[in-house]
Ligand binder design. Structure first.
Ligand SMILES: [Mn+2]
Length: 320
């Protein structure tokens, strides 16, 4: 029987899935060629996101997602400043100093952090197609685009796949996507029959979405707010918000899916204004997390009142 590796990754995220694909390829290439890799998508939520998650494989890794103090989580890589929740978990990381736990909040992407760490510690370098995906993870996760228009372009396979991931497909889909990406280039994965039709839909939806987002934006000072809580299944506008409302400093979106309500907060990367808040800290105070310039809070779908209060409180703080 093949040994099983579970790789927990930040779901619905280009960096998270690229990190998982990269680590899977490393494990197959360097640790155990016959390993059976099972990618598991994770979402940020209030409390311990690992509660009820079985660490029942032969080996476990967690990438681009919160620190898990369970010693069975042998591998951990992250770059989120809010990785340690509660913050006391930082002591476990500092005390144990496992060489297989790597944290660098200054890394633009987790995939980039993993690539550097694996080369430094194991002399392992990825295939060119994975190195290319890692470069895209750096660009996309750190929003290093020249303009909001460039950020929402769908010309490159990486950008079409990132848009598809942001649309929040099922966990089964992202797990399979990670498996594909660990073996094929972004262009090859995007052309797969399981994915190509979905990517075409993403492009068609883009035009309709621009119209919808233009209609629902509401200003609070220099904060643009997209409240889509009553429109179940509607998505966070992401960079579309900055294309349509280029003078905003902050964008806040509230969205609801079948089982979750999500509040996303971002600083306009192309704003001439000066950021007044640490978004990750702000979101962490409401049970979420993130980076200095982007973060979010995920609540259960039945926490409607709490979601509304959280949205109001966050907008008030940002606009003040
Ligand atoms: Mn990331």
């Amino acid at each position: 029987m093949a040994r099983v590796l579970k790789v927990f990754f930040h779901d619905a995220c280009f960096d998270g899935t690229t990190s998982a694909a990269l680590f899977s390829a490393f494990y197959r290439g360097h640790v155990d060629t016959g390993v059976d890799v099972r990618p598991v998508g994770m979402v940020h939520r209030d409390g311990d996101p690992f509660e009820g998650i079985a660490l029942d494989a032969d080996d476990h890794a967690c990438v681009d997602f919160r620190f898990c103090a369970n010693p069975r989580m042998r591998w951990w890589f992250d770059h989120h400043p809010t990785a340690f929740q509660p913050p006391a978990l930082r002591q476990v990381y500092d005390t144990e100093q496992l060489p297989t736990w790597v944290f660098d909040p200054t890394a633009p992407s987790c995939a980039g952090l993993i690539m550097k760490a694996l080369e430094r510690d194991y002399g392992w370098t990825p295939s060119p197609h994975l190195a290319d995906a890692v470069r895209w993870a750096d660009t996309i996760d750190a929003a290093q685009f020249a303009s909001a228009e460039a950020a929402i372009a769908l010309d490159e396979p990486a950008q079409r796949l990132a848009a598809w991931l942001a649309h929040g497909r099922s966990k089964l889909d992202t797990s399979r996507y990670v498996e594909y990406l660990s073996r094929q280039s972004l262009a090859e994965v995007a052309a797969r029959p399981e994915l190509a039709p979905q990517l075409a839909l993403v492009e068609a939806e883009r035009m309709r979405e621009l119209d919808a987002v233009r209609r629902i934006g509401v200003w609070h000072g220099d904060v643009i707010v997209f409240d889509r809580i009553n429109d179940v299944g509607a998505r966070s506008p992401g960079f579309l918000g900055y294309v349509l409302f280029p003078t905003c400093l902050y964008a806040v979106a509230a969205t609801r899916a079948a089982d979750t309500i999500k509040i996303s907060v971002g600083v306009n990367p192309w704003s001439k204004g000066t950021r007044r808040h640490d978004i990750g800290d702000l979101c962490a105070r409401f049970g979420g997390g993130g980076h200095a310039v982007v973060g979010g809070i995920t609540l259960r779908a039945d926490e409607l009142t709490r979601a509304r209060e959280t949205l109001t409180a966050i907008v008030r703080e940002l606009a003040a």
